[in-house]
Ligand binder design. Structure first.
Ligand code: FES
Ligand code: FES
Length: 174
């Protein structure tokens, strides 16, 4: 059993503490925006924010996360003080169409949001160092531009680009 704060809600998981946090979130909490890619902490598809740091949830056990505060892509906007789905990084990804198949996108957005929470004006080198996610579709050329746009929105130097509410159910967290 483990007690966590997930997306600002207290959650008690009554499952094996050895369960990777990824599967606790996806299977027990139905937070399926966090994706499974490599399972070895390499690709970034499963990134969540744990006590302010982007961490792979595939290699962190539920027991290790006990007592900690976790934010998933579903709760990211609120974590950044924005309305649902409207964290500045989400706005910038939509505005720049920095999404292809979308599978890696939640992890990329979480990595970028964690970086911008520390530094709203990152250089290309800062972004390359902090956002090491693997994208099989190759959205990399747009990432620097998109993350820097999100930073400008956060700094109030550029108007936000609100993400409209979905007209129908979509992939959670995108
Ligand atoms: S699935 Fe966790 S880092 Fe790839
Ligand atoms: S957009 Fe397809 S894997 Fe990144």
């Amino acid at each position: 059993m483990a007690r966590l704060t997930v997306n600002n809600q207290p959650v008690e998981f009554r499952i094996d503490g050895e369960t990777p946090l990824l599967w606790a979130l996806r299977d027990a909490a139905n937070l399926t925006g966090t994706k499974y890619g490599c399972g070895t902490g390499e690709c970034g598809a499963c990134l969540v924010i744990v006590d302010g740091q982007a961490m792979p949830s595939c290699t962190l056990s539920l027991g290790e996360a006990d007592g900690r505060t976790v934010t998933t892509i579903e709760g990211l906007a609120a974590w950044g003080g924005a309305p649902d789905r409207n964290h500045p990084v989400q706005q910038a990804f939509v505005a720049d169409q920095a999404v292809q198949c979308g599978f890696c996108t939640p992890g990329l957005i979480v990595a970028a949001a964690a970086l911008l929470a520390r530094n709203t004006d990152p250089t290309e080198a800062d972004i390359a160092a902090a956002v090491t996610n693997i994208c099989r579709c190759g959205v990399y050329p747009r990432l620097v531009r998109t993350i820097q746009r999100a930073g400008r929105i956060m700094r109030g130097e550029e108007a936000g680009v609100p993400v409209p509410a979905p007209a129908m159910a979509t992939t959670p967290g995108l």
